[in-house]
Design a protein around this ligand. Structure first.
Ligand SMILES: NC(=O)c1ccc[n+]([C@@H]2O[C@H](COP(=O)([O-])OP(=O)(O)OC[C@H]3O[C@@H](n4cnc5c(N)ncnc54)[C@H](OP(=O)(O)O)[C@@H]3O)[C@@H](O)[C@H]2O)c1
Length: 229
């Protein structure tokens, strides 16, 4: 049976690198790249686009063996990560929750049921270590942190439901490490190990390869180490 891999957010720094790495590896017969600019588009500011894209995916020949959600939002022309509670802005929070939690949740709602019942398959969404509540010792970045924490919780719940119907399916949140992309560029401090997207993509794919069913619902870094929620 034809093996499909799907990358959502394929126009981003990590999404592009992950798509390229998957093509180069050749483990899948077809790598489907979806982004805001593809046909069909996936744009979380139009959540109906998620259901439409999932319906399109359901009509593609083959088994979806891997889905990587590489979407995410940290800053844009209007909003930068908050330094303190004083900077909290409900519109900034709405945007972060929409792109980092609600959009990926809708992806899980519509795409997880498309995974084959038999054999190994993986849904991995890119989260961030700063979404770990127990690891938060610095404060700040409230909207990003809280929306990624929400994402991690949604992944956990989705994995539990998924496991009831798809015994060999795996659903996880992954931290890709600090990667040189438009998302991180304004904030990468000296001292942090900033890696090129190609290296990060290879590491993320190696982590995915090593996941077992027992890991479903978990949160892992780019070395495959579990991150505490
Ligand atoms: N870079 C890092 O250091 C780092 C560290 C920790 C975690 N992460 C996480 O890794 C993931 C990828 O980040 P990146 O560094 O590759 O950032 P990026 O280059 O800014 O890419 C962001 C991605 O989000 C997608 N996106 C933005 N707004 C969207 C919307 N309204 N609807 C649907 N998709 C939307 C973009 O989709 P299009 O394809 O449509 O452009 C793009 O693929 C994010 O979840 C980020 O939080 C990154």
């Amino acid at each position: 049976m034809t093996r499909l891999a799907v990358v959502i957010g394929a126009g981003g720094g990590l999404g592009e690198a992950l798509s390229a790495a998957l093509l180069a590896r050749g483990d899948h017969d077809r790598v489907i790249r979806l982004s805001r600019r593809t046909d069909p588009p996936v744009d979380f500011t139009d959540l109906a686009s998620v259901e439409r894209a999932a319906s399109w995916l359901s009509r593609q020949a083959g088994d979806i063996r891997l889905v990587i959600d590489a979407t995410g939002f940290l800053h844009d022309d209007r909003f930068s990560p908050e330094r303190s509670l004083r900077d909290l802005d409900p519109e900034h929070m709405e945007r972060a929750f929409l792109i980092n939690a609600i959009g990926p949740a809708m992806l899980m709602k519509h795409v997880l049921p498309l995974l084959p019942r038999d054999g190994r398959c993986v849904f991995a969404t890119l989260s961030a270590r700063v979404g770990s509540i127990s690891d938060n010792r610095l404060g700040g970045w409230h909207s990003y942190r809280a929306s990624k924490a929400a994402l991690n919780q949604l992944v956990r719940g989705a994995a539990i439901e998924l496991g009831r119907r798809h015994r060999h399916a795996i659903c996880v949140a992954l931290h890709p490490g600090t990667v040189d992309t438009p998302l991180s560029r304004p904030f990468s401090k000296s001292g942090l190990e900033v890696r090129p997207p190609s290296k990060a993509a290879a590491e993320v794919l190696a982590v995915i390869e090593g996941l077992t069913e027992a890991d479903s619902g978990g949160f892992f870094d780019h070395k495959g180490e579990p991150i505490a929620f």
